[in-house]
Design a protein around this ligand. Sequence first.
Ligand code: 2P0
Length: 654
Amino acid sequence: MSGPFLASAPGKVLLLGEHAVVYGEPALAAALPRRLQVKLWPDEGGPLIDIEGGTVPPPELTQAFEGLCAAAGAPHARYRVRISSEIPLGGGLGSSAALGVALARAVCAATNQECPPQRAAELALALERVFHGAASGVDPAICARGGILLFQRGDLAPTKSSAGEPVIEPVFASGPFGLVVAQTGRQRGTRSTVLPLRERRAERPHLYDPLIRQLGDLATGGKLALEKGDLVELGVRFDAAHGLLGALGVSCPELDQCVASLRAAGALGAKLTGAGGGGAAIGLARDGEHAAQIAQRLQSLGASAFAVTLGGEPGGQKGASERASEAAPRKASTRTPGRRRATAIAHANIALTKYWGKRDEALLLPEASSLSLALDKLRTRTTVELGAPEDSLLLDGKPASAKEVSRARSLLDAAGIHEKAAIESHNEFPTAAGLASSASGFAALAVAACAAAGLKKSTAELSALARLGSGSAARSVPGGWSVWRDETAEQVFPPSHWDVRMVVALCAAGPKEVGSRDGMKLSKETSPYHAAWIAQCERDLPEALKHLAARDLDALGALAERNALRMHADALAAAPPLLYWQPATIGCLKQLARLREGRVRAWATIDAGPHVVALCTPDDAIAVADALRVVPGVQAILSCAPAGAAHVVEPDPE
Ligand code: 2P0
């Protein structure tokens, strides 16, 4: 090894969801086009760290750096490090996470290791913990990946990813937007706001938890606002978040002053960003020019502020996202040479008018068309590596059955992919529990396999391909509000068309006794009501689409509930009868009816399982979740928002 090794990472802002992210809520984070650089070279006298401009490094930094070297597999390495930064250090703009990511990249480069974003983030998190104590992991994640992300920690999130890993979703803004960063000049670390809030919350969870949940909802909705380019809505979300953060006690007079100045200068909304108690505030602007005008007005008042442009087309945003390994000179060591791989994410969908009956068993063609909504928290992430010595399939880390491997192989063959494949799939929700994991699983498989094979297929083609794995997977490929007619499904409205919630009440643990495939076959073959059910579906779909277009929740909800109950009536009339429900299922149906007698509007749908999914507005989602949570037998609640199409997340650089 020689050196010096140069590496860098961007700073970040939390657009929404700070503090709430510590408690398992989602946060929306963006990388800043300002970077921190490190220069690292071997020095027997090391570790020695200095910062350009004469800032004295905090004493715990050396120890934290040694910890990072040890975690990177270089426990006895001796380095000298020089830090230079366009990001103010300790100013609430992610300098410690950027430092961790840049150091991780430089140490990996010096020790000839690859450093993809996930590894950089993991190594940086160790450093982050030294400075911030209760770090959620969002800062290293965004500084290592760049772009804009929706982040939810995996160890606390209600959807709890199997490995406890965070759920990280890239966000593509529909166009560029401006942001003004105003600095208070007051340095106050994360520790000093996160830990006291934790104590206050522990004393009065009933008071703090609804505020924290609301901050998470603001972040989830902020992602949708960015995707549809609704900056006015995003601005309102900024303002609302600042109010809530103030109520949580993490603002300070200097931040409130910055926020007031940003609003007075024309920002569409403004809030503190990051830990609070000092640090920086952000103001939303229409575009870069608007942001520059606002920044200038603040500067003319003597404030310290700068303007940046974020977002843009996915292509443009890729430019801002971090390369897999900036400093390392080598190719990925975790990948086997000659193999091609890709990873895709797909969301499960819940049907509002159901698919229950096939007109062709082999081709998985439905008797009737169906309408569904893809859900953000029900996700599958699948990696396909082609060129493996034999077909293999790992489901949530465990080898799948021969039947499951052969179902995956049939899908690959149908796509014309005959090379052997190593497939790994992770469900971020309970597998085979009636929450349609086969839909997101086969959708993610179809998208990842075609990407790995370099096949350019349209969404309709991918939808038809996913259908061959599982009928409902056809709807998870286009995502959003989708209609599946015959061979393919198409998105009839984007997720942003209507911000509703689907609150899922898990009414039993473990897999169901009769799967959908066998259940619908039995219903078709033996239920005297089946023909009437299919005829009803043909009437329900156009009606449902009309209500969806008009965003008429009462009409769509009532229709969806009737449709689901009729599907179960068909199943109950089969021989032998199919009873998918548990006592908690009926408890939830009754509870929703009681809620509707009051002011809360929520309607149930039920798939081929015991779980109840309540359709409601975002405003009512907490009340619905609270009401369902107390129904005896309910095991857990997931509140989900609309999600988009299946997509590739890690194009293989090879
Ligand atoms: C639906 N379900 O429309 C309905 C409602 C379950 C109840 O689509 O045989 O797992 O693989 O095509 O896709 C579940 O059916 O069945 C389903 P196959 P799939 O969401």
